[in-house]
Design a protein around this ligand. Structure first.
Ligand code: SAM
Length: 364
C-alpha cells in the first residue's frame, strides 16, 4: 500500500488531521496539528486521500497516551490521543470557523462533566458464524471486540458484561448477523436486537449534559409569557419543550413505531416532517402563529426551516443540532430574517468529534 509523508495543518470537523502536500490533501485520523510522519493510504478519490497513521516523526506536545486499550484499532472515539481541554478547543475552533460570517458575540462552550462513562445507550454488532461481537469498523465489514470500552455508563457496562457472560448468549440471538442495542430507561437496562435506533423512543445519550441543556432552556422559558405557544419539531417525547412548563406546547415527531404514550405534557402530533406536505398538514389543522419554534432534527438537518418560519413567524427560534454543518446550512437561508443571539457548544459526546450545538435566534 502507498505511503505518504504528512504534516498536519489543522483538525477537520470529523476529528481527522489534514495534511496538504503539493496538490494532494490527506486526511489522517488520530493525529494533531504540527505533527509530521508517514501515513498509509487506504482510500483516495479526486485528489483527496484517506490514510492511517503509520509512523510519527515529530509528535505534538499535546499528544498523550490514550486511556482506552482499544483506541488504536477502534474508530468509535477520535480524540483520546490528546487531553480533554485540547479536544474541546479543537471542537470550538471548528464551530467558530463554520459560523465566522455570523455575529453572535462569544461562543459559550460547555464541557462534559466526565470524559468517559457517560453513554446510557450503545449499539454493538454481531456475526454469529464468525463469533464476533463489538463495534463495526469503518467500511462496515469487520467487527472489533471492545469489552473494555470506556464510553458506556457504569450500570450499562455492568449489564453488557453480565449479558455477554452467559453461556450461548450469541447463539440465542434471533438473526445470524445484526446489532444489539443496550439502553437505560429510568433505572432499568433494556436490550433490543435488530430494531431501529432508539425504537422505544428517542432519548439523549448523555443525561448530565441533557440536564445542562434543560437549564439553558428553562432560562429561555422565563423570557416568554405564560401561555405563549411553542412548536417543538422533531420533539421526541417532548424532552426539550418540557422545560417550558408554563407555555402551551405542540410536539411533532415521526416515531418508527406508534406515538409515545407519555409526552411529558403538551399535545403530540405524529407527522413525517420531511414530507413536502408536512407544513400543509400542520396549517390545515388551523395552526397559525407560534411564539417559539424548537427544532432538533437528525443529522440531515431541516431544509424546510425557512418555509416553517415564514408560516408561523415565531419571535424566538431554538435550534438544537448534532450536526453543525447542516445547522449552518439551514440557518444561512434565514439570515435576513433572524439574528443569532447566542451560540452554545454542548459537549454531549466527549472523546468523539460529535457535539450538540444550541443556536438561539430572535426575529429581526
Ligand atoms: C435528535 S432527536 C431529538 C428528539 C428530542 N428533541 C429530544 O431531545 O429527545 C431527532 C428526532 O427526530 C425524529 N424524526 C426522525 N425523522 C423524522 C421525520 N421524518 N419526521 C419527524 N420526526 C422525525 C426522531 O424520532 C427523533 O425523536
Amino acid at each position: 500500500m502507498k505511503k505518504v509523508q504528512f504534516e498536519i495543518e489543522h483538525i477537520d470537523p470529523l476529528g481527522q488531521g489534514v495534511s496538504k502536500k503539493g496538490d494532494k490533501v490527506t486526511f489522517i485520523p488520530k493525529t494533531l496539528p504540527g505533527e509530521t510522519g508517514v501515513a498509509t493510504i487506504v482510500r483516495s478519490r479526486k485528489g483527496v486521500q484517506f490514510a492511517e497513521l503509520t509512523q510519527l516523526d515529530s509528535a505534538s506536545a499535546k499528544r498523550i497516551e490514550a486511556e482506552c486499550p482499544h483506541y488504536d484499532q477502534c474508530n468509535g472515539c477520535h480524540f483520546l490521543h490528546t487531553s480533554y481541554p485540547y479536544e474541546l478547543e479543537l471542537k470550538q475552533k471548528n464551530l467558530e470557523f463554520l459560523f465566522k460570517n455570523w455575529q453572535y458575540g462569544e461562543l459559550h462552550s460547555h464541557p462534559g462533566p466526565t470524559r468517559m462513562g457517560y453513554r446510557n445507550r450503545i449499539q454493538l454488532h454481531f456475526n454469529k458464524a464468525r463469533k464476533q461481537f463489538g463495534f463495526m469498523l469503518t467500511g462496515g465489514k469487520e467487527i472489533l471486540a471492545v469489552p473494555d470500552c470506556l464510553l458506556p455508563a457504569p450500570q450499562l457496562k455492568a449489564a453488557i458484561k453480565q449479558y455477554t457472560g452467559q453461556d450461548h448468549w450469541l447463539d440465542s440471538l434471533p438473526d445470524p448477523v445484526g446489532h444489539v442495542e443496550f439502553y437505560q430507561k429510568d433505572q432499568e437496562i433494556l436490550i433490543s436486537c435488530n430494531k431501529p435506533y432508539a425504537e422505544g423512543g428517542f432519548s439523549q445519550v448523555n443525561p448530565a449534559m441533557n440536564q445542562l441543556l434543560a437549564g439553558l432552556l428553562q432560562n429561555l422559558a422565563h423570557t416568554l409569557n405564560p401561555g405563549a405557544k411553542i412548536l417543538d419539531l422533531f420533539g421526541g417525547v417532548g424532552n426539550l419543550s418540557s422545560n417550558f412548563q408554563k407555555q402551551e406546547r405542540l410536539i411533532v415527531d415521526y416515531y418508527p413505531g406508534t406515538a409515545p404514550k407519555e409526552t411529558s405534557g403538551g399535545q403530540f402530533l405524529k407527522l413525517d416532517l420531511y414530507r413536502p406536505e408536512a407544513l400543509n398538514e400542520l396549517t390545515s389543522r388551523g395552526i397559525g402563529h407560534f411564539d417559539c419554534l424548537i427544532v432538533d432534527p437528525p443529522r440531515s438537518g431541516f431544509k424546510q426551516l425557512g418555509d416553517f418560519l415564514k408560516e408561523f413567524s415565531p419571535e424566538l427560534l431554538i435550534y438544537v443540532s448534532c450536526n453543525p454543518a447542516t445547522l449552518k446550512r439551514d440557518l444561512d437561508q434565514i439570515k435576513n430574517d433572524y439574528q443569532l443571539s447566542n451560540l452554545h457548544l454542548l459537549d454531549f459526546f466527549p472523546g468523539t468529534f460529535h457535539f450538540e450545538t444550541l443556536a438561539i435566534l430572535k426575529k429581526l
